[in-house]
Ligand binder design. Structure first.
Ligand SMILES: [Zn+2]
Length: 574
């Protein structure tokens, strides 16, 4: 493990107070690397924090390519906050120790939002461990309206678990292999002791019929982005309108205000996979070499984390009629063309030694897999991952038992002490390697040649030595979201341009990604370097400094100077 100094504890998770202390401590300890911004306020008035991290001595975002990280948009997925903070801490503490970190800190700038959803994260950690909550508009017991079963912590243990209710018509029975485990009753079975299993809660206006569980109105912040947005009637949790939620408004505003962002990672926690676009289209929707881009960068992710890299639509959407609309990565890649990954950090099944072929399990698992999960939580959580069935006198239903999976620290997040640091390090490494794939401008040469008295030809060659092209993706070009590379010459006030405007747009420069094959007569290798020339008139017998600046928001900017002495000699070396 790295000797990274943490400003938070990797043995536990952070509530809002601990997160606030951690980000302030990081900024206070590394003022030359870290600026802390409050970019927005949640429904309940909590701060959405953003850490802006770079070596400020080597420039700011006007000259640096940017990389954006966020986490914990879904309230329960609190391990993402720890991984994002770890990455921030790693950047500042590994500077001058890790060559990739040093290069990235000198050449790029990082924007890290460790917690997009501070209200939701607080509710799930302080009100009730709970499987799903929105962003603080409603507490768990207020999320549903209308007749039916409302999720409620009825026994006051700060968890909303399951209730099992004896019922001769029940679908479940107790496993013979472990009395905690409930297994399905076989199709032909009768004469035993059977149960219904429903969420822990209270009945509102119950008419005695079957339990109705009204759909919660808690929202899903990751359906509130302005690409492919559809209303609630078509997409659960999408909100009143795109960007109706203040937390999403805040992060979208930041991203739009920083056109230098060249890569993004959005941390989630559920399945141990690295997700890539699209969410609403098959892979045939990719333009140009964009799928290759995801494959080649994704291979580094698979190598660092062991997670597969998959398309949300192709591999993570079992029912293609239930697409996920209005999500962050369909917006950041679809509208802005920014290569974006969304890593689901935790896979409880892998931890328990369960092999599976599907990435998004909707099927019922065999009893043997559930037994493995039970054994895993006995060992990793001392049995606290599955709460024993405990009799409870329900005020409406009479005797029931409350128990079952405590999902926050089993399915949704790892038990931190054992898993968090390794998870953070592996994912931090992938994210930094993704950042290291950004386009990278250099001025390969810059010369001035005397044509006649006072007349000079200045020539600069600008090159992209990065993996990605300066436009990042074909999608960015299609969306008109990629500003081209421009090269500008400036000099003394008396300098006149005889030929060429001061600022020349050279279009986009290819990345190494586009030169993955050697020369072929069937494939034109797009150029990564471009020469630009100007003819200028300078005052006779006066020394002058000419400055060439090449820049592209997503690829950064570079400057070269040409010194001409009073004898009219170019003193620069190409
Ligand atoms: Zn999520």
């Amino acid at each position: 493990m790295s000797p990274t100094p943490f400003y938070f504890n990797l043995d536990s998770y952070l509530d809002d107070a601990a997160l606030t202390i951690a980000v302030k401590a990081l900024a206070a300890s590394y003022p030359h690397f870290v600026k802390l911004h409050a970019i927005g306020q949640s429904h309940c008035g909590r701060t959405v924090w953003l850490l802006e991290i770079t070596n400020w001595a080597t420039g700011d975002e006007r000259v640096k390519s940017g990389y954006y990280i966020d986490a914990n948009i879904h309230a329960e997925e609190i391990c993402g906050t720890s991984v994002a903070l770890y990455t921030a801490s790693y950047l500042v503490s590994e500077y001058d120790r890790d060559s990739l970190v040093t290069r990235l800190m000198n050449e790029q700038i990082f924007y890290i939002v460790p917690r997009v959803n501070p209200d939701g994260a607080e509710i799930v950690q302080t009100v009730a461990f709970y499987e799903w909550i929105g962003n603080g508009r409603y507490l768990p017991s207020q999320q549903q309206s209308g007749p039916g079963l409302h999720y409620t912590d009825i026994n006051g243990d700060r968890m909303i678990l399951d209730m099992r209710i004896c019922d001769p018509g029940g679908e479940w029975k107790v496993s013979e292999k472990d009395p905690r485990l409930m297994v399905p009753r076989t199709p032909d079975e009768s004469g035993g002791l059977y149960y219904r299993i429903v969420p822990e809660g209270l009945l509102v206006d119950w008419d005695g019929g079957d339990f109705v569980i009204p759909r919660p109105r808690d929202g899903n912040l990751n359906r509130n982005y302005p690409s492919n947005w559809v209303p609630e009637s078509q997409q659960y949790g999408s909100g009143e309108h795109p960007l109706s939620e203040p937390e999403i408004g805040a992060v979208v505003r930041w991203i739009l205000d920083h056109p230098n962002i060249a890569g993004m990672q959005c941390y989630h926690s559920h399945s141990g996979v690295i997700l890539r676009p699209w969410l609403t289209f098959p892979d045939s929707h990719f333009l140009g070499e964009d799928k290759l881009l995801y494959q080649m960068i994704g291979e580094m992710g698979a190598a660092e984390t062991g997670y597969p890299v998959i398309s949300v639509f192709e591999d993570f959407t079992p029912d293609k009629s239930l697409k996920r609309y209005g999500s962050s990565i369909d917006w950041s890649f679809g509208a802005l063309g920014i290569p974006t990954f969304s890593t689901e950090l935790w896979d409880v099944f892998r931890a328990a030694g369960i092999q599976r072929d599907d990435y998004y399990p909707l099927r019922s698992f065999p009893e043997s897999d559930w037994l493995k999960l039970l054994r895993w939580q006995d060992e990793a959580l001392g049995g606290d991952g599955f709460m024993q069935w405990t009799p409870f006198e329900h005020p409406q239903l009479g005797p029931v038992e409350i128990g079952g999976w405590q999902r926050m620290f089993t399915f949704r997040n790892p038990p931190p002490a054992r898993y968090l640091e390794e998870m953070a390090l592996r994912n931090c490494r992938f994210t930094l390697r993704h950042a290291g794939s950004a386009p990278r401008l250099v001025l390969r040469s810059c010369t001035a040649t005397a044509l006649s008295d006072g007349l000079w030809q200045v020539t600069a060659v600008v090159e992209n030595t990065g993996f990605l092209p300066t436009n990042l993706s074909a999608q960015a070009v299609a969306m008109h979201a990629a500003k081209p590379v421009s090269v500008e010459l400036s000099g003394p006030l008396q300098m006149n341009f005889v030929q060429g405007p001061a600022c020349v747009e050279v279009g986009h420069l290819a990345g190494r990604m586009q030169r993955h094959t050697s020369y072929s007569r069937f494939y034109d290798l797009p150029p990564a370097a471009q020469a630009v020339s100007w003819v200028v008139r300078l005052p006779l017998r006066e020394a002058a400094t000419l400055t060439v600046r090449a820049g592209c928001p997503r690829a950064g900017a570079v400057v070269a100077k040409v010194e001409i002495d009073s004898e009219g000699r170019d003193l620069s070396i190409g």
